[in-house]
Ligand binder design. Structure first.
Ligand SMILES: Nc1ncnc2c1ncn2[C@@H]1O[C@H](COP(=O)(O)OP(=O)(O)O)[C@@H](O)[C@H]1O
Ligand SMILES: [Mg+2]
Length: 417
């Protein structure tokens, strides 16, 4: 206890010793005392002014309001506030005190913004006063006007940065709006175009179907009407694909998601695609796990994905032997793979083929297509919450794979109302 008491008294003793070196009031004569008091009052005024300006900077006022506030504070810090007026000139604005008048007794400082002159602070005395350090002004007032100019420069810098940010935000917003409008116009145009094409096509399909039935027995005419029927169906499918693609792009594609027996769906789709395979001199093979849990998918859309991939395999790998459909079960997904032994796809093209309207340049010359089949598959797979990709080696064929979520009662079953 004793020790701690000694510890606590020691510094006080030092402090007392230090204070003895500070002169006391008695050491000054009257005039020295008045001069000291005057200097002290001036410093307090200057500090008050700086403090006031700092407060203004920290407030939520606009830069204009801040400068209007600062301009009123500046005269109070100068030696003769009652005859002091101020003007702040900026590039595009001028602020003055109410009593402002230009005289020859002035002190000025440049406001720098980002290192460049941006404006000026001017302090004028309205009357002549005795000569001091800088005309009638004090050296300390020079320091003060410099500090104020620095602070104002900083506020302006912040304001300019803020304005730049705002204008960037506005132009980005405008651009986004324009883009949205353009997309809307494109969607509207395509919607009308599809409608215009579908109307005559529907009646063409109905007529050609009727004609095919009527001409069934007649060899040449029956064959010709069959072509008409096939091609109108193909055209109809292309238009539907385009429509789906656009709906997918604007997230308007609706899926009828249900627990789905993928094994059954793949078997029936493969059976349906057999004729197309034969036409390209290809064999279609289907290998599936014995037991396969259900997936959560839209049956028509899942079939559309598989048919699209199969048709591509028949088209681009024709005469290359066989196409295989395989399934693999992962934790939450079933992966469907469609493998061909055709020409394969160059590594640099493997991502691009999923982009809308992309077609491999050399293959495009050899076959018809719009380049939307894979893009549509991607839209459809992703709408199901799955993934699609290709692994391929030029000359060795390609494997297109996509995943579908396994049906999970907890995750997918909606609670009954
Ligand atoms: N099985 C495949 N083998 C080789 N290339 C393929 C295969 N499937 C697709 N491709 C390439 O991907 C491109 C895009 O295919 P897709 O989107 O279906 O459009 P399209 O068939 O109308 O050209 C095709 O033009 C082709 O170059
Ligand atoms: Mg295709």
């Amino acid at each position: 206890m004793k020790e701690s008491k000694e510890e606590s008294t020691a510094p006080n003793k030092d402090l007392a010793n230090n204070f003895t070196s500070i002169p006391s009031i008695e050491d000054y004569n009257d005039s020295e005392y008045h001069s000291l008091f005057h200097k002290l009052t001036e410093r307090i005024k200057e500090l008050n002014c700086l403090y006031g300006i700092t407060k203004l900077v920290e407030s939520s006022l606009s830069p204009e309001e801040m400068i209007s506030g600062a301009i009123k504070l500046i005269p109070t810090a100068w030696q003769y506030p009652e005859i002091t007026c101020t003007r702040i000139k900026l590039k595009n604005q001028i602020f003055t005190t109410e009593n402002f008048k230009k005289t020859k007794w002035k002190q000025t400082e440049t406001i720098l913004v980002e290192g460049q002159p941006y404006g000026k602070i001017e302090v004028f005395y309205l009357e002549e006063k005795p000569e001091c350090d800088e005309g009638p002004f004090l050296q300390e007032e020079r320091y003060l006007i410099h500090a104020i100019a620095e602070r104002l420069g900083h506020i302006i810098e912040l304001k300019l940065a803020d304005n730049r940010l705002k204008s960037l935000y506005h132009s980005e917003k405008e651009l986004r709006q324009k883009l949205q409008e353009e997309i809307q116009n494109k969607v509207e145009f395509t919607r009308r175009l599809i409608h215009e094409l579908k109307t005559p096509l529907t009646s063409l399909m109905a007529t050609s179907q009727l004609l095919s039935e009527e001409l069934k027995g007649k060899k040449r005419l029956g064959k010709l009407s069959g072509y008409v029927w096939d091609n109108t169906c193909r055209m109809n499918n292309r238009i539907d694909e385009l429509h789906d693609m656009i709906k997918g792009e604007i997230s308007k594609l609706e899926l009828d998601l249900r627990p789905l027996d993928l094994k059954k769906l793949l078997s029936s789709t493969a059976a349906e695609a057999k004729t197309a395979a034969l036409q390209c001199d290809m064999k279609l093979e289907l290998t599936m796990d014995g037991l396969m849990p259900k997936v959560y998918a839209d049956a028509a859309r899942a079939k559309q994905i598989v048919l699209n991939l199969l048709n591509n395999a028949f088209k681009y790998a024709s005469n290359s032997g066989k196409v295989t459909i395989k399934t693999k079960s992962n934790d939450d997904y079933i992966t469907v793979e469609i493998q061909d032994r055709g020409p394969g796809i160059k590594p640099e093209e493997q991502q691009r083929i999923f982009e809308p309207y992309y077609r491999s340049p050399h293959k495009a010359k050899q076959s018809h297509g719009l380049g939307i089949g894979l893009a549509l598959c991607k839209v459809l797979v992703e709408a199901h919450g799955g993934r699609i990709w290709v692994t391929s080696k030029p000359g060795k064929g390609s494997v297109f794979a996509f995943t579908l979520q396994k049906f999970n009662v907890k995750k997918h079953q909606k609670p009954r109302q």
